[in-house]
Design a protein around this ligand. Sequence first.
Ligand code: PEP
Ligand code: MN
Length: 345
Amino acid sequence: MIIVMQQGASKEELAEVKKQIRELGYTPHVIHGETRNVVGAVGDERGKAVLQALESLPGVESVVPILKPFKLASREVKPEPSAVEIAPGLAVGGDELIVMAGPCSVESEEQIVETARAVKAAGAQVLRGGAFKPRTSPYSFQGMEEEGLKLLDLARRETGLPIVTEVVNPRDVELVARYADVMQVGARNTQNFALLKMLGQLDKPILLKRGMATTIQEFLMSAEYILSEGNQKVILCERGIRTFETATRNTLDISAVPVLKAQTHLPVIIDPSHATGHAHLVAPMCYASVAAGADGLIVEVHPQPEKASSDGAQSLRPEDFAAMMRKLAEFAAVSGKTLRLPEGA
Ligand code: PEP
Ligand code: MN
């Protein structure tokens, strides 16, 4: 159920609504809208009719059921788009197009610092890099773990770029959270509900990737796991789904952007690297993503892709990334987003 507060309802009235929701055995989640606040009452679906009585409380305009199975993620609860702040003055979901870029895996100090400098000079606002890698084969490189997190921290201090990095296992949440500005949940963990619940207890942005075999509804239910624990800072990422097609690593579901945007207020970004698996397909998919209304991109870039420990074939060279960014700025402009490139980019 959502309890829609009247425009101009007082703080005390809102507090009373929250208290009553709790007394009825539900959890209140306040969503601050531009003109009014709404309170989502989340809990057992079966007894929710009791919440209807809250309509009589002062400051309450109406009590309406949420029809979608995902509640806090839905546009019903919050019609206007949400912007998720990553660092002071830097938000995903606003007017600015946000580009996250960096290697698949952190491999060495030289590699991550050099890449960070290059992607920053080209206009990326966030550095990506995996320290814990979810690999298909147990014999493949598994990541540098804490050492990799320390190198990301070093690259952040060198460049000022905030970092997004993946957490694979619930037991590493605390460790990764000590370093990351944004915690990434990979496609193989989209429905790892224990992990999602733990991330819901953090006060940190979560980049939630769509699983390679999850429907849009399942994807939004995964977001709901994080939101319902109290963390409202969720960024959704489409990274390709598995189809019969083998020409690309996955099939980029570009329609996921407008479909998600119609159903949720959460920001949506695209990962064209894992979606295609080939460096030469990354730039066209970046342009298409922005044209479709994406709020940002996460792109793999490596100074020497042929030597990469993981995902070299889909990684852009820094100069190709810079060229892509220049053209992307034009696509962003016609799509109503700004991409401000640094001087000399
Ligand atoms: C990654 O970002 O390097 C990664 C493993 O992505 P995904 O979970 O989308 O496969
Ligand atoms: Mn990768």
